[in-house]
Design a binder for this molecule. Sequence first.
Ligand code: UDX
Length: 458
Amino acid sequence: MKVAIIGTGYVGLTTAVVLAYLNHDVAAVDKDESKLNLLQEGKSPIHEPGIQSLLEEVQHTIRFTPSVAEVVPEAELILIAVGTPPKKNGEADTRHVEQAAREVAEVCLPDRHYTLVVKSTVPIGTNRRVVEVVEDVFSARGVRGNISVASNPEFLQEGLALQGAFYPDRIVVGANSDEAIDTLRHLYQPILEQTFDPPSEFPRPAAYHLPPMMTTDPSSAEMIKYAANTFLALKISFINEIAGLCEEVDADVTEVARGIGLDARIGSQFLRAGLGWGGSCYPKDTAALLRVAAQSGYEMPITEAARTVNFRQRERIVEKLHGTLGTLKGKTIGVLGLAFKPNTDDVREAPALDIIRELIATGATVRAHDPIAIPNAQAALHRENTTTPELQFTEDVYELSYDADALVLVTEWDFYHKLELRKLAKQMKTPILIDGRNVYSPEEARVAGFHYIGIGRV
Ligand code: UDX
């Protein structure tokens, strides 16, 4: 099938590469010149496990262009995967989605049928708005075009994006037109029936079951995306709230999570207590959902609380440092991990950045490390002028710990699991380890010489 994808961010690029791998004829459009140059040279602009090699493998069925007009007329299906950045009030800005729809309607051929699919995460009602935009363009052009609009939310997790795209739990389609549903079913057939040969880096999981394609109305599809993200976000916040109480009563939250997770109604996933969620989705989507609610005069105290608990986790880390070191002025704190989660270089809404800002504000010196996210963290902090001599970045964890007063583990990279704790502890001024992701066994860390402080455990 001839597919045009507008936007080559995490969602657009992952989708483009996977559809090309499934032998669809894919053209991806992006206006960002530097991104486009990289893609045209066959290089991925994002760090995502497996994407570079897959991009090389699908060179013959994928192309990248800045021009909607060049690819849309001949496409059968067009996916909009542009960003919906937050406005100041938290509302998701759908300007780029509407603009993409407008451009599509301007260049499509009046005598052909197209399916236009919104994949970006958008406020409920955007699908209806896209239909209006398309109709306005058709009436301005004086043509009776034939575009069916559908919503197909994306549930990819950074760091696991390709795994999730090849082996999703479900595919959700919101559409009022049978033609659009049929086209999407055809597009995803190799995934729905698992008829493709798995890429060597992404073997089919042994226990994987064929995923259902759920069809519903567009507004419900849009709501499913927000509700799913908010539910996952509050599941994490819930365990973090329990973790705080565990600290008060000498219980161990990792044991509590194990115990409640064994209840099939609760499930064991997303119960890892720690520094909470960051990234491009949960913070933005929970805020956008609250805006949608506020516009209807509806209160969502559970969603509000999930956010409060989440951002409090970052403050609690600094409080833990105060609790052990007293004043932080003049103290040297090593921060391990800058990305919002492992296996990505994404630092959007990363807990590490808030913690660094707070530590610098209290007069501490910060040495920060990350296996790959240092350039992005530097750029983000530079943009807001948080660059001072008191903030240093290093690629050597052992150098970072030398003479330091405390270490804070923020991102649970595999790399940190393998550190020589004894060597680290030995060269620190005071061997304090705040394990913000409960990566280490408290006993092991203590035997290595650390004063160990985890989240919600003694
Ligand atoms: C999320 C959703 O999982 C995905 O379906 C949606 O499309 C986009 O948002 P992502 O933000 O990439 O994906 O990562 P995810 O793995 O969900 O983790 C989000 C954050 O929660 C990370 O900061 C992670 O460290 C944190 N987290 C996750 C926890 O603190 N505890 C957990 O148990 C799980």
